[in-house]
Write a protein that binds this ligand. Structure first.
Ligand code: CUA
Length: 179
């Protein structure tokens, strides 16, 4: 065997195996960079965003969390303000027509919670003092339960609500719900 490594200028004395691993490592870095870029810009996958800070003591006195719920900001576009607290979500139900794009803002007045909507990629950590925000387009009719995913106390398992995705919104009726 005569494959004793010889140092030449071109190889800078790098062992061929080491060089191959370096090439693989650089390829993986470039691949991941490309995938993350594609996920963020082409597929619109977002990381939960700490949107703004709020004072957990006063968030219900004024501002959007004083009146949590859905608002239509444009045809087919909604904002939902949700408070997660020991041990419920306010509101417990969000009703939107199919095809709606909903930007969900969630915060907590007490302790840390989670907010996950089943069968979607909405899954956020909710920290008092901070508003978490994610956007989702509901393309299918059905019920999408939302649950608390971080242990927040004895009633943790009771924290849930539902996004109802309906064919069409019924005319709003004064005072009270049917069913
Ligand atoms: Cu709220 Cu667990």
């Amino acid at each position: 065997m005569t494959d004793k490594p010889t140092q030449t200028k071109e190889s800078m004395g790098v062992d061929p195996y080491e060089r191959n691993w370096m090439i693989v490592s650089i390829f993986i870095l470039v691949l991941f960079f490309g995938l993350v870029t594609a996920a963020g810009f082409a597929l619109g996958i977002q990381v939960p965003d700490a949107e703004v800070r709020v004072d957990p003591q006063t968030l219900e006195d004024s501002g959007p969390f004083a009146n949590p719920g859905l608002r239509e900001i444009a045809p087919g576009e909604y904002e939902a303000y949700v408070i997660s607290r020991q041990f419920l979500f306010q509101p417990r139900e969000l009703v939107v027509p199919v095809g709606s794009t909903v930007t969900i803002y969630v915060t907590a007045p007490d302790v840390q919670h989670g907010f996950k909507i089943q069968n979607t990629n909405i899954n956020m950590q909710i920290v008092p003092g901070q508003v978490s925000k994610l956007t989702y387009t509901f393309e299918e009719i059905g019920e999408f339960p939302y649950i608390c995913t971080e242990y927040c106390g004895l009633g943790h398992a009771a924290m849930f609500g539902t996004v109802q995705v309906v064919e069409e919104l019924e005319e709003e009726e004064e005072g009270g719900s049917d069913e």
